[in-house]
Design a protein around this ligand. Structure first.
Ligand code: SF4
Ligand code: SF4
Ligand code: SF4
Ligand SMILES: [Zn+2]
Length: 583
């Protein structure tokens, strides 16, 4: 079923110049103005810039253009919005007064936050601070010889102007030289705008929000009618799941709330989940991966963007277990997922079945919402007090704090807000990178198995530092497997039973096992790996279709050979096999 609103997926926003607010609907509800189209680069998914982040941007501007410069580029009391840009680290377009002011990004070359003024940012620096370089008709890439300007040492970018106004920005390259990195239509002046805040945005977009809300509620009600299963909201502690929860409540349903604590959540998230469930009087179902991430590091080593073993081990498997226990016949689970977040999410659509919880149906009533709509909706419902505090500290996304998807900017913020969590994580990173590889720590290169070209340009060629966990030697007669740890004898004996009869013969000696088994090497290697690296996650137990396998009290796998049919499901669903078996 396609969400009725998907065709309205918003990729452009207009601006009411009278009220000085963005318009998500057709016209401004306060003055009736239709506004003008806002110019953004790429996909438009705006979010408000909150106080802490605003302070950081102002500080950076002060550093670059002199004390007090920030307030002359970004006006006090004027709403600021950020739109994510594609870059090797965190980067946003900054929009205020309906104008593009500049790009705020973590510059990996100089390892600091930088503000690159663009268009109206250049005009304001030129007009309000008197900083700029006069040169007519320079094209992008053109070089400039800068003379007679007394710029702070931290200055990185310089507006370039001609008779018709500012028309470009040049990057200072040292020794009094600069290169034009961007040109645009000349801007001579800007009209004065009045201060505005999120409350004003809400007033101008009320009709639009009401429409979005009722469309989402119709979507929820249709599903509730069609799928007669217990209703649940998967709550992550983020703003999107809060909006989803409010919509489900507004639809007249009192859902259960589920939360998977990965064990690597920000404390603000754990606190928020409890607070939301308590304040709304809802039953909270939680599952905890405890120290699964830290234990998993010893087996799988650091996760990376292209090696997300943890998503399986500390998210999917515990969640699947929770749902199987709480909703044996399945559930209708509402999730705060938005198409604009990623291509994968866009592809998933508004209703889908999670292959790890096949009995349940998942649905997102906000699949076609943009970020600004979500924020305005939370304001509209008067629940900003229920929003996870971490957003207001400057975190853009809420999730596991050591996630390889995070940017360097995120880790620096983590270090500032939670130095204890950062140092614990730092210690772990250091265990998994070689002594000489401190570059990997600084730039968090461990986030990729294959470091992207853009990052290689910054740090140079990177050599793989991932160590093999085991070696397999095959001489044509027997196979010998040598691991970096002891193989658990009891677990091996149990798991071998799943190979069927006659039981495989093997010789075990500490971390080494030799076996001869025609055509079954892959299976035998899987079993040895499971016996040595089992995390006790219970995925095999949950998936065995014949109830032949269970975990003992000590977390070790036990197989009842009278029930086992050798179907291999337990092997397919084991994260150790998925992430450690190379073929
Ligand atoms: S750290 Fe990132 S990749 Fe790992 S479980 Fe959390 S969200 Fe998934
Ligand atoms: S999943 Fe299949 S192979 Fe594994 S224990 Fe159960 S019946 Fe045996
Ligand atoms: S053998 Fe079972 S409990 Fe152990 S890691 Fe694999 S799936 Fe998890
Ligand atoms: Zn207006």
């Amino acid at each position: 079923m396609v969400h009725p609103g998907l065709k309205h997926l918003k990729t452009s926003v207009r601006w009411c110049s009278i009220c000085n607010v963005p318009l998500l609907g057709e016209k401004c509800d306060v003055c009736g103005d239709k506004g003008f189209y806002l110019k953004t680069r790429g996909r438009t998914d705006l979010r408000p810039v909150f106080e802490e982040e605003r302070k950081l941007i102002l500080e950076v501007l002060d550093k670059q253009y002199g004390s007090g410069a920030g307030g002359k580029v970004l006006y006090d009391g004027h709403l600021m919005l950020a739109n994510k840009l594609f870059y090797v680290d965190q980067a946003y377009e900054i929009i205020s007064d309906g104008r593009l002011i500049g790009h705020f990004f973590f510059d990996v070359y100089i390892y600091d936050w930088v503000f690159k003024p663009v268009e109206y940012g250049c005009l304001r620096i030129f007009k309000n601070l008197g900083i700029g370089f006069f040169k007519e008709g320079v094209k992008k890439g053109g070089g400039l010889k800068i003379t007679g300007l007394n710029l702070p040492l931290e200055a990185r970018y310089l507006p370039v102007f001609g008779e018709k106004g500012v028309y470009g920005v040049a990057q200072l390259t040292g020794n009094g030289e600069a290169r034009v990195v961007k040109t645009f239509q000349p801007i001579l002046n800007e009209e004065e705008t009045k201060p505005s805040g999120l409350e004003d945005v809400l007033k101008s977009n009320l009709e639009y929000l009401r429409r979005r809300e009722s469309r989402a509620i119709v979507f929820i009600l249709r599903l509730l009618n069609r799928i007669r299963k217990p209703t649940c909201v998967s709550y992550s502690g983020g703003k999107d799941s809060l909006a989803t929860l409010l919509l489900v409540l507004k639809a007249g349903v009192k859902p259960k709330v589920s939360f998977t604590n990965t064990g690597i959540e920000l404390p603000e998230t754990v606190e928020n989940v409890k607070k939301v469930a308590d304040s709304l009087g809802l039953e909270l179902l939680t599952v905890d991966a405890y120290d699964g991430f830290w234990k998993g590091l010893n087996v799988f080593r650091l996760p990376s963007r292209d090696y997300r073993w943890c998503c399986k081990v500390i998210k999917l498997i515990p969640t699947a277990r929770l749902y199987r226990r709480a909703f044996p016949g399945g559930s209708l689970t509402f999730v705060g997922q938005r198409a604009l977040e990623s291509r994968k999410r866009a592809r998933a659509g508004s209703v889908w079945r999670n292959q790890w919880i096949p009995e349940s149906i998942s649905a997102s009533p906000i699949n076609d919402w943009d970020m600004l709509t979500v924020w305005l909706y939370l304001l509209y419902r008067g629940v900003l007090n229920l929003v996870n505090k971490a957003y207001f500290y400057g975190f853009d996304r809420i999730g596991c704090y050591p996630c390889p998807s995070c940017s360097i900017g995120d880790y620096l913020l983590l270090e500032k807000i939670h130095p204890d969590l950062w140092s614990e994580f730092r210690r772990e990173i250091l265990k998994h990178i070689s002594d000489k590889d401190l570059l990997s720590l600084k730039y968090h290169l461990w986030r990729w198995k294959r470091v992207p070209v853009k990052m290689k340009k910054v740090v140079g060629e990177v050599h793989s530092r991932r160590l093999e966990k085991y070696v397999v030697k095959d001489d044509g007669v027997a196979t010998c497997l040598v691991l970096d740890r002891e193989i658990d004898e009891d677990s091996l004996r149990e798991l071998v039973k799943t190979l069927g009869h006659p039981a495989a013969s093997y010789v075990l000696n500490g971390n080494k096992v030799v076996f001869k088994l025609e055509n079954k090497n892959r299976k035998m290697i899987s079993i040895v790996l499971r016996a040595a690296y089992c995390l006790g996650c219970g995925s095999c137990e949950a998936w065995c279709p014949h109830e032949a396998l269970f975990l003992n009290r000590d977390g070790k796998v036990h197989v009842d050979e009278t029930r086992c049919k050798g179907c291999e499901t337990c092997m397919e669903k084991c994260p150790v096999v998925e992430f450690l078996l190379p073929f």
